[in-house]
Design a protein around this ligand. Structure first.
Ligand code: SF4
Length: 240
């Protein structure tokens, strides 16, 4: 591979970067974090809270995405002392080859790297080695909508790789009680653990309403419950 075609020199398609802020979801909720949100997704969920990463019927990709080199992103992180770096999307594993040099460099200097993924793309062994944690959010049939078949939103091989990495948590976004049996089905089918459930919602009221019944269900089914801390604090503001 020539130097100029190596992943380090191929730009990353970025939607936004922001922080310090607080990780709002999952096991690291409340921890200070920097966010790197990549543009583009391989799904098109109607309930998506970041449609500006992929929905070009509503958003202009020239406004919503930029190209940044690995070195530019590394320097942005290097100028800050926050230890947790969250790489999210969109679907960041679409660009995993380009991400790898960044993840390697940051991991080598002691940063914690969380990658948030929809679980449909196999992560490479090199990426698994450097990432601290994968926050995997497989999509339920209700969340993904009627236009996305199960064979697009659920990739058994990718889930198996992530599960056996020992670095993954599986976080399902829940809209209604009826979603929970589907989560239990995937938990059993693929041996997913640990399972987290989190209410869907872009307002504090919706998140809190759904958490009130989701809490009891999570306890009953031996799952963990995540809030959406950033939504409780900042609503649906971008870049928080
Ligand atoms: S997988 Fe995630 S980023 Fe992609 S469309 Fe669905 S909710 Fe949005």
């Amino acid at each position: 591979m020539s130097t100029l075609t190596s992943p380090r020199f191929r730009p990353i398609l970025l939607a936004e970067r922001f922080g310090p802020t607080l990780q709002g979801e999952g096991p690291s909720t409340g921890q200070q974090a920097l966010f790197i949100r990549l543009s583009r997704c391989n799904l098109s969920c109607p309930g998506c809270d970041t449609p500006y990463t992929w929905d070009w019927t509503r958003f202009d990709p020239r406004q919503e995405s930029t190209q940044l080199s690995v070195d530019e992103l590394y320097e942005w992180v290097a100028g800050q002392t926050v230890r947790l770096i969250v790489i999210t999307g969109g679907e960041p594993l679409l660009q995993q080859d380009r991400l790898l040099p960044l993840v390697h460099s940051l991991a080598n200097e002691g940063r914690r790297i969380e990658i948030e993924t929809n679980g449909t793309i196999n992560p490479s062994p090199d990426l698994i080695e450097s990432v601290t944690q994968f926050n995997v959010s497989p999509k339920t049939s209700r969340f993904a909508g009627a236009n996305i078949d199960e064979n697009r939103r659920i990739n058994p091989h990718a889930l198996e790789i992530l599960s056996s990495s020992g670095k993954a948590i599986f976080k399902f976004v829940i809209t209604r009680r009826e979603d929970l049996d589907e989560v239990a089905h995937y938990e059993r089918l693929f041996g997913l653990a640990p399972v987290w459930v989190m209410p869907e919602g872009t307002s504090a009221r919706t998140v809190l309403d759904r958490m009130t019944w989701l809490a009891d269900e999570a306890i009953r089914r031996s799952w963990n419950l995540s809030t959406r801390l950033h939504t409780l604090v900042w609503g649906d503001q971008r870049g928080r």
